[in-house]
Ligand binder design. Structure first.
Ligand code: GDP
Ligand code: MN
Length: 386
């Protein structure tokens, strides 16, 4: 789960990771009031959206006076912010973070993430942080220092020394940098993060080390033990269809193609997307209704997919194991009647009571195309969207 920068900074404060003073605002007046309480100017007005690259898109502005703070808040709040990470459609800004401006001497990069290959937490850092870290990674990857931490051994002194010497950090800031990494590592483990990224991590004119930006992703599977973080969820930042699907416990991800598909089992769903592509079409979504799906879940799935305007045809691919084919077929018929079908639907099913299932679909009077196997299903669906 993604959270906002201001929420990530709340977590940082809980773990003594230094951040600038600041607060979130949802109105211009609020933003101006917060700016006035920060003890002087400049202040920084920052768009809060679940995407990075805001600086480049005009979503981060420095204000030297109250008037300027108001101007920036008015401009950013409600804007459609387009950044390299939002895609061309951009994202509506509904929240701001107003922070005390900092005297930046240097911008560094620091991140922690789970490396699946080594099954370790990898800490990455670079002396050249800021808005163009991707360029540094491409141009001079040797400038990025990586340290892998075994989760059973935890963070050790030598890890910190490797980072500090790799960065060639000045003496004055080594201790505070080490403390910050230590605290961040504790946060990462305790809160079940999958990613923590600070870009930039700054060194101020007064030799302070501070997280100027904060990106934190939490492993969704661990949210049951983090009720505090669950309250950070902002469904305004999520795809509305994905939000609805999550309410029905459907594993659904919206994609760019025009073939909607409903499948039971994640492996079968992946294979189905592959055959759709192989037949020359593009999947509009990934949807796994679960190995033990009920007819009701298929109905919910179908309703969500049909609401997606880019979907021109739907492929339903079910293996009837726990869910018997006849029960499933009745579910499809019921769903099709209740949601109203006006695009082609291809059904491929196999498994327990398949004959009975096919009979139910054939006698339903609905415009359902039945496929005999996966290849046939793929060809029929590709033809349907052409
Ligand atoms: P991002 O573009 O979404 O990653 O947003 P950031 O929070 O990283 O902000 C982008 C850039 O704005 C930073 O790299 C800084 O150069 C600049 N910036 C942010 N806060 C301050 C500040 O307090 N003072 C100054 N001078 N610049 C800031
Ligand atoms: Mn940043």
């Amino acid at each position: 789960m993604k959270i906002h920068e201001y929420q990530a900074k709340e977590l940082f404060r809980q773990y003594d990771v230094p951040v600038p003073e600041g607060k979130a605002a949802v109105t211009v007046d609020q933003a101006v009031e917060i700016a006035g309480g920060l003890g002087g100017y400049p202040v920084v007005v920052k768009a809060q959206i679940h995407a990075g690259g805001r600086g480049k898109g005009g979503g981060v502005k420095l204000a030297k006076s109250q008037e300027e703070a108001r101007e920036h808040a008015e401009a950013i709040l409600g804007m459609n912010l387009v950044t390299p990470q939002t895609g061309p459609e951009g994202r509506l800004v509904q929240k701001l973070l107003v922070e005390a401006g900092q005297d930046i001497r240097e911008e560094l990069y620091l991140s922690l993430l789970v490396d699946r290959d080594s099954a370790r937490v990898v800490i990455m850092t670079c002396r050249e942080g800021g808005m163009d870290i991707e360029e540094v990674a491409e141009r001079s990857p040797e400038k990025i220092i990586k340290v892998a931490v075994d989760p059973l051994l935890g963070l050790q002194g030598y890890h910190l020394r490797e980072l500090i010497f790799g960065l060639d950090l000045p003496k004055e800031v080594q201790k505070s940098f080490a403390g910050l990494v230590r605290n961040l590592f504790t946060l990462f483990v305790e809160k079940d993060c999958s990613l923590v990224e600070i870009n930039p991590l700054i060194i101020t004119g007064g030799d302070e080390v501070l997280a100027l930006d904060a990106k934190v992703d939490i492993d969704s599977n661990a949210l049951f033990r983090h009720k505090d973080i669950l309250s950070y969820r902002d469904t305004d930042e999520e795809d509305p269809l994905e939000v609805e699907a999550s309410e029905f416990n459907l594993n659904y991800i919206n994609l760019d193609g025009n073939v909607g598909n409903i499948v039971n089992g994640a492996g079968l769903a992946m294979a189905t997307m592959d055959i759709i592509k192989k037949a020359g079409a593009e999947p509009a979504n990934f949807m796994d209704v679960g190995g033990g799906a009920t007819a009701e879940m298929v109905e919910n799935g179908l309703r969500i997919i049909l609401r997606d305007e880019k979907v021109k045809a739907v492929l339903i691919n079910i293996f009837g194991g726990i869910l018997r084919c006849d029960v499933f077929a009745e579910g499809v018929v019921q769903a099709a009647k209740s949601v109203g079908l006006n695009i082609p639907v291809v059904v491929r099913m196999e498994g327990t009571n398949v004959e009975e299932g096919r009979r139910i679909l054939a006698e339903s009077g609905l415009n359902l195309l039945t496929a005999v196997d996966l290849k046939d299903a793929a060809e029929k669906i590709a033809a349907a969207v052409k």
